[in-house]
Design a protein around this ligand. Structure first.
Ligand SMILES: [Ca+2]
Ligand SMILES: [Ca+2]
Length: 502
């Protein structure tokens, strides 16, 4: 796929993954008309992109700074090079005529239509609250990003648990130069505002479940980063979610709770679909992504309507179905799928809502939040990778024969036991998300070598320095402090040459 054109990519998406042209007549339920998300290969020259925008009559509405996704609005019928290769008619992507022209003009990593994401929880909060067991917490700091409708920041249940961006005083300025003004406890990517204030209640409720989970485990080292991607009507867009994921990567979150999703009539491949690629990129930064399985009461493995991101086959996703208690049977509204859904968790929760209130809500959103809370507690036990935490959550369920891959229900104590049965992995500077700020200089060097990096927290990191041929020169653990760090590398001047870090 490295040398396809944008046109070819769209063509391949449709031919390879969507099916014959006659299946494209209907629009997927959550599509946003006329909006396309594109991520170009980094080597794509800017004039080529500009020429394509002109040819498509495209307006760039937004761009994600870290992962470099672009949101384009396409207001007219599109014809490329005079050849009716395909067109976007404003409602759906449709192949007009397949052919062999213009296939190698442009490289892209990902492209797809923008979709509405929503929580889609049922309004039926009845039944019994599940009795739970809570695993003891460790002492390592953990940051959980909640991508949802925002938060009521002054709610007494939540106000002492906000993550804070200490580089960003609230003064009307973008102090740490990430193009966002006053992003102090997160950001509102739905309205492009500094305060991710909740106007719906869903995000406040989900955040409250997560806080309750780690308070019950005695944890006091977890912060919640609030990233708003849906509005008062419970809906937002994939692109707002991508901006939020981009931010979570930039700010070194450990886990993302995503009690949202979208339906598509087309099976989508995770590496090409923009949201899938953004989640994959988060995985490269050791971020665990926990999402709801959806609330259509369907087996999404078999259904003709697909639900994403639950169905993306990515190693850093945990997809969560909902059960009712005390029977631990699947809730009638909950989606399931032995391939697409990993675990189940309680669907009913009593948690914080707007106006300093408390209320019941039910749905796979709540089930995902319970799972995120447990995963965050597991992550406070230092030295485990998010892959180990995911394996422990899925491997440590209470098995009750549910139609999900683990066949079971989330169980904090079993998950912690599963985690403790595997040895902690040495975390490296790259796995700690520092690879973008680490630098060695002068490099090449024939004498003293200095390492500098910026960190968002106080912790210990592992650094490995290799010579140019790959030989390990030095491996050590270092104290890393929030802010700018400097370290004189102790190896002698005889080790001259070019060095790199892992
Ligand atoms: Ca800022
Ligand atoms: Ca500021």
């Amino acid at each position: 796929m490295k040398t396809t054109t944008v046109l070819c990519l769209v063509w391949l998406l449709i031919i390879c993954f969507i099916g014959p042209i006659d299946r494209l007549a209907g629009q997927s339920p959550n599509q946003i008309q006329r909006e396309l998300i594109i991520k170009f290969e980094p080597s794509t020259p800017n004039p080529t992109i500009q020429a394509l925008m002109t040819a498509y009559n495209a307006t760039e509405l937004a761009r994600s700074p870290l992962c470099d996704f672009r949101l384009w609005r396409l207001d007219s019928l599109l014809w490329i090079g005079g050849d009716p290769y395909f067109l976007v008619d404003g409602d759906t992507l449709t192949i007009q005529q397949s052919g062999d022209k213009a296939r190698d003009e442009l490289e892209v990593e990902s492209a797809g239509q923008n979709f509405q994401v929503e929580h889609s929880d049922p309004n039926t909060p009845n039944g019994a609250i599940c009795s739970r067991s809570f695993p003891p917490a460790g002492g390592c700091p953990v940051t959980v990003a909640v991508i949802d409708s925002g938060v009521e920041p002054s709610h007494p249940h939540l106000s002492s648990w906000h993550w804070e961006n200490f580089e960003e005083p609230v003064d009307g300025l973008d102090n740490e130069s990430n193009s966002l003004i006053d992003d102090r406890i997160g950001y509102d990517f739905y309205n492009r505002l500094w305060m991710p204030r909740d106007s719906h209640s869903h995000g406040t409720h989900v955040a409250g479940i997560i806080v309750k989970e780690f308070m019950s485990s005695g944890a006091n080292t977890i912060d919640l980063m609030h990233l708003k991607a849906i509005g008062a009507n419970g809906r937002g867009s994939i692109f707002a979610a991508i901006l939020a994921i981009d931010y979570a990567i930039e700010k070194d979150a450990d886990l993302i709770n995503f009690s949202l999703g979208y339906r598509s009539t087309r099976p989508l491949t995770e590496k090409l679909e923009p949201l899938g690629l953004a989640i994959y990129k988060a995985g490269l930064h050791d971020i665990l992504f926990i999402c709801s399985a959806g609330n259509d009461g369907a087996d999404i493995d078999a259904s003709t309507t697909h639900f994403f991101p639950s169905e993306f086959n990515l190693e850093n996703i945990i997809s969560v179905a909902a059960v009712k208690c005390p029977s631990l049977s699947l809730a009638s509204y909950s989606n399931s799928g032995s391939a697409s859904v990993d675990v189940a968790a309680p669907g009913l929760a009593h948690s914080s809502v707007l106006s300093n209130g408390w209320d019941y809500k039910a749905g796979t959103s709540m089930a995902a939040a319970y799972t995120t809370g447990t995963a965050a507690v597991l992550a406070t036990h230092c030295g485990y990778s998010t892959t180990q935490i995911r394996d422990a959550i899925i491997g440590g369920v209470e098995e009750v024969g549910l139609p999900v891959s683990s066949e079971g229900v989330l169980n904090g104590n079993l998950a912690l036991a599963a985690l403790m049965s595997s040895p902690p992995l040495p975390r490296t500077a790259a796995a700690d998300g520092l690879e973008n700020s680490l630098r060695l200089y002068p490099n090449p060097s024939e004498g003293p070598l200095l390492m500098e990096w910026w960190d968002g927290m106080d912790r210990e990191i592992t650094v490995r320095i290799h010579a140019a041929q790959g030989r390990l020169v030095l491996a050590t653990r270092l104290a890393s402090q929030r802010g700018q760090n400097r370290w004189n590398c102790p190896f002698p001047a005889t080790q001259s040459g070019l060095f790199f870090l892992t």
